[in-house]
Design a binder for this molecule. Sequence first.
Ligand SMILES: *Cc1c(COP(=O)(O)O)cnc(C)c1O
Length: 479
Amino acid sequence: MREPLIFEKSREDRRGYSLPECDVGRKGVEKLIPGNYLRQGRLGLPQVSEPDVVRHFVRLSQQNIGIDTNFYPLGSCTMKYNPKVNEDIAQLPGFTRIHPYQPEVSVQGTLQLLHQMEILLCELSGMDRVSLQPAAGAHGELTSLMMIKAYYENKKEERDTILIPDSAHGTNAASSNFCGFRIIEIKSNESGVIDLDDLKDKMSQKVAALMLTIPNTLGLFEPGILQIARIVHNKEGFLYLDGANLNALLGIVRPSDLGIDIMHFNLHKTFSTPHGGGGPGSGPVGVKRTLAAYLPVPTVEKNSKGYYLDYNRARSIGKVRSFYGNIGVIIRAYCYLRSLGKEGLKKISYNAVLNANYLMQRLKNYFYLPYDQPCMHEFVLSGKDGEMKEVRTLDIAKRLLDFGFHPPTIYFPLIVKEALMIEPTETECKETLDAFASAMIEIRKEIEENPSAVKEAPHNLSIGRLDEVKASRQLKLRW
Ligand SMILES: *Cc1c(COP(=O)(O)O)cnc(C)c1O
């Protein structure tokens, strides 16, 4: 189904609505707006009828594989189903019609929601304070590192190093580098978790923090976490939690009990905001008391008169985001938390872990499982196996599209060759998991019997395999 560009559908003077001529003369416009700012020619917008507009965009949406149409086991990204009640609440006019410059007395409801959201995230994590300002996980990392940096500067202590495990998400290193830190990599051992001896060797008074993901990107819990915390704290460094994998721990493990000092949450992942098109996200940062003074401004506070935004914080690192943060995501996440409640949140993690282990058991006899042990909310297979012929993980991912599944994350984490990182999430039923397992097993058979069917996939989509590099190097906007 070839879908032309909306500009190619355009026909002179075709339109959806005809508005009456404007009865306010244009005379005087030139006096108000300097001539060089006034448009000379026509605007050049596409001219199409309303049905053409609707069909164009609905067709485009049907060419996409999304969480509302298909299973989407994209490891590390937590592509769970997003309850529609979140959308209803986020669209209440009381939220959508406020202006960020409105006086605080007139936005008490929104401030109350933000204040309560901080309390909920503190309760879940055991942190003492949370800032809702950062706009994504990576932004939360950067904000946290800026706070850690400010803390040591204030103490006049020189610490220029961040420790990061070799299994970490690329944003950990990127944020550290961006913040001016030196990075030292910590090795994983043969079980896929932190090598404690390597950590002991590399931990020193030069290290500002160890950034840890729990469960890690192999979907494995760090069994040595309490020892890790001791090693870091003995040298007075901070233990940072990349909270992107919180979906495995909700209501079961509090990061503070593991020795975490500072962390970020990915509200768009764990707390169900539609994401994946590049945003919007929200990456609140939680801290123990030691770091609370450094939180970005404003914080949301409450006194006898009501809620207010506090900009007057002497040691704050300053602003990291305009206004309230990505408020739409925060409202959705708040609605999600409140609609599930304490017991509901625990069930999320139990079922996320159960689903991942079920799929892992169904697939491990067909694909190589490099770390063969019970997993948390995700697991990593490898497309590298003696009998895989010429087929690569990318080919398996493309072939899955023909079966109506969004592929898993591929080629990450970097410590697994030809990685296939599968995160089913708690929102999928057994029938869906079974259908996915059957498709994977079918593809495994094809690799034996007819590998070119896999190498040349996808076969059933409106668009075949794209040259991804060409698309970004030679941007072509016309058909
Ligand atoms: C998604 C993710 C991040 C980055 O979060 P964004 O919200 O995408 O910026 C960091 N670490 C891990 C493990 C992740 O999965």
